[in-house]
Design a protein around this ligand. Structure first.
Ligand SMILES: Nc1ncnc2c1ncn2[C@@H]1O[C@H](COP(=O)(O)OP(=O)(O)OP(=O)(O)O)[C@@H](O)[C@H]1O
Ligand SMILES: [Mg+2]
Length: 349
């Protein structure tokens, strides 16, 4: 766990603090997202966590140890850092850039080579094409991905990431985001700066909303930030899209589905029936209670969220969506009206 206690920073020659009286705890294995307007102290806070910047007052605890005074080099090996400006070494190849920390740690060559390839693969850069190139031969977004790989290289227990996926296309971005969620399952503690509230809601166990003068306005779960903003500033920052953003927090697995039957099977109890292909995957609706007008059968995975279900419904202009498991077998159906109802009854719980 990382704990900041009464941390403040006033830069030399500056009259106003960049960070003020910050108390913040990031529990082990969780992701905290830092968000807030430009210049409100997010980067300064991250840099104090790994002591690239010394706080003016306050102390920092890592797993209960006060690290305000430990050797900073030692500390940084336990903490991976992805900086806001990428900062690759221009005269190192991509592979050598990623290998910096493992080399310092004295890993053997084979282990380093395997790790470099594994990470390049992870961030969507084919190792054999990119390993031996130099940073100037990569696009800005590709360099940023190398920055992410470098931060992860030595498998640190704590990761600090300053807008690591800013200039990356949505698909790669989503893959990296999903990877972060997996990382977190192996108990990595992550602080992650973003300007994207959707990303904060998706990835964060908690969101820290920073305000003017480096003050922490609210530190809470995404759901609480969206539904119970602590003050006017947070409410305005979260903005009008809050209700829609909450849709992505509610997993379909938490909703009760309407039972469905395979067409032609005995149970004809008035529930919807569908036709399936040879593999048992749903193809079309065969019967829906109360309507002769059968919509196209569209599906979402059970692992998805209400946001995904609404997206599919709007996209296909149907009020009904089938929910499928990993084998593409139909588990049940969701109606638009039930979704809305489910939202009002389940979303707060
Ligand atoms: N090295 C420095 N010397 C003096 N002032 C600094 C220094 N670095 C940052 N500041 C100031 O401290 C404040 C906080 O900066 P910081 O970089 O932490 O903001 P940020 O929240 O990360 O912003 P952004 O979203 O634009 O990255 C700003 O007013 C900035 O001008
Ligand atoms: Mg910053």
């Amino acid at each position: 766990m990382i704990a900041l206690e009464g941390i403040s920073k006033t830069y030399p020659k500056s009259t106003t603090p960049a960070v003020q009286e910050l108390d913040l705890q990031v529990p082990e294995g969780s992701i905290s997202m830092f968000i807030g307007p430009s210049g409100c102290g997010k980067t300064t806070t991250l840099k104090m966590m790994n002591r690239l910047i010394e706080p003016t007052t306050g102390r920092i605890l890592l797993d209960g140890d006060d690290v305000t005074d430990v050797n900073a080099d030692e500390l940084r090996r336990r903490i991976g850092y992805v900086i806001q400006q990428v900062g690759l070494f221009p005269h190192f190849t991509i592979g050598d850039n990623i290998a910096v920390v493992p080399k310092i740690l004295g890993w053997d060559r084979n282990r380093i080579a395997a790790r470099v390839d594994e990470l390049l693969h992870l961030v969507g850069l084919e190792p054999k094409d990119y390993r031996d190139r130099y940073p100037r031969q990569l696009s800005g977004g590709q360099q940023q991905r190398v920055g992410v790989a470098r931060g992860l290289a030595a498998d640190p227990s704590v990761m600090l990431m300053d807008e690591p996926v800013g200039a990356i296309d949505p698909i790669t971005r989503e893959r990296i985001q999903d990877e972060f969620l997996e990382l977190q399952q192996i108990a990595k503690t992550i602080c992650f700066v973003t300007h994207d509230l959707t990303e904060a809601v998706k990835l964060g166990d908690r969101i820290a909303v920073f305000g003017p003068g480096g003050t922490l306005q609210q530190y809470d779960t995404p759901d609480m930030i969206l539904t119970h903003p602590a003050n006017e500033f947070v409410a305005e920052f979260v903005g009008a899209g809050a209700a829609v953003r909450r849709l992505s927090l509610l997993e379909l697995s938490r909703l009760e589905l309407q039972p469905v039957d395979l067409d032609g099977t005995a149970a004809s109890n008035g529930s919807p029936t569908y036709e399936a292909d040879a593999q048992g995957r749903p193809v079309r609706w065969a019967y829906l209670p109360g309507t002769a007008d059968l919509p196209k059968l569209v599906t979402v995975p059970r692992t998805g969220t209400v946001y995904d279900a609404v997206d599919v419904m709007l996209d296909s202009q149907t009020e009904l969506v089938g929910v499928v498991d990993e084998q593409q077998k139909l588990q049940g159906a969701l109606w638009w009206r039930d979704l809305v109802e489910g939202l009002t009854t389940k979303a707060g719980s």
